[in-house]
Design a protein around this ligand. Structure first.
Ligand SMILES: [Zn+2]
Length: 161
């Protein structure tokens, strides 16, 4: 059963691994999630996050700060596109955590299919550091899909400074 935190839902996949869904706003209470870390590790699966407003961003930054203060390493996986946009726009949202995988927009020129595809940020680290989109094959027609955004903009949150 998912727990409701306002319009956000939390499912405990296993101890220290939480699946987050829905909308992040001032009612999400993200800071308290830091207390669910196991041995200073907390994994947030963000694949189900559909929306984040400015108050949600503020709560998110507080969560990042609380994790850093508590010495908790935050791993963000399956980061959805709405969250990627915040990570790109507001540097403070990145905190000291790491992103292991994230969704990115792809489109197939051959059949017109548009889809958010999961990118493994660890396996593709070298290409992503060069702001190159990993190749994807269309699940519909097996033709190569094209990255459907500006790579320099969409992947900027991964840039190591
Ligand atoms: Zn296609």
């Amino acid at each position: 059963m998912p727990e409701a935190h306002g319009r956000m839902t939390v499912v405990t996949e296993r101890a220290g691994v939480l699946q987050i869904g829905g909308a992040l706003d001032e009612t999400s209470g993200l800071v308290e999630l830091v207390g669910r870390a196991v041995e200073h590790e907390l994994v947030l699966d963000l694949g189900g996050v559909t929306f984040i407003n400015s108050l949600g961003v503020r709560d998110w930054i507080r969560m990042q700060a609380a994790a850093t203060k508590a010495g908790v390493h935050l791993e963000m996986r399956k980061v959805s596109e709405p969250v990627v946009h915040q990570l790109n726009m507001i540097v403070a949202t990145r905190g000291t955590g790491s992103v292991s995988s994230f969704y990115a927009p792809y489109a197939c020129d051959a059949c017109g299919r548009e889809e958010s595809r999961l990118i493994d940020a660890v396996a593709n680290a070298a290409a992503l550091q060069k702001m190159e989109a990993p190749p994807m094959v269309c699940p519909e027609c097996s033709q190569p899909m094209a990255f459907n955004d500006f790579p320099e903009r969409f992947f900027s949150f991964l840039a190591t400074s």
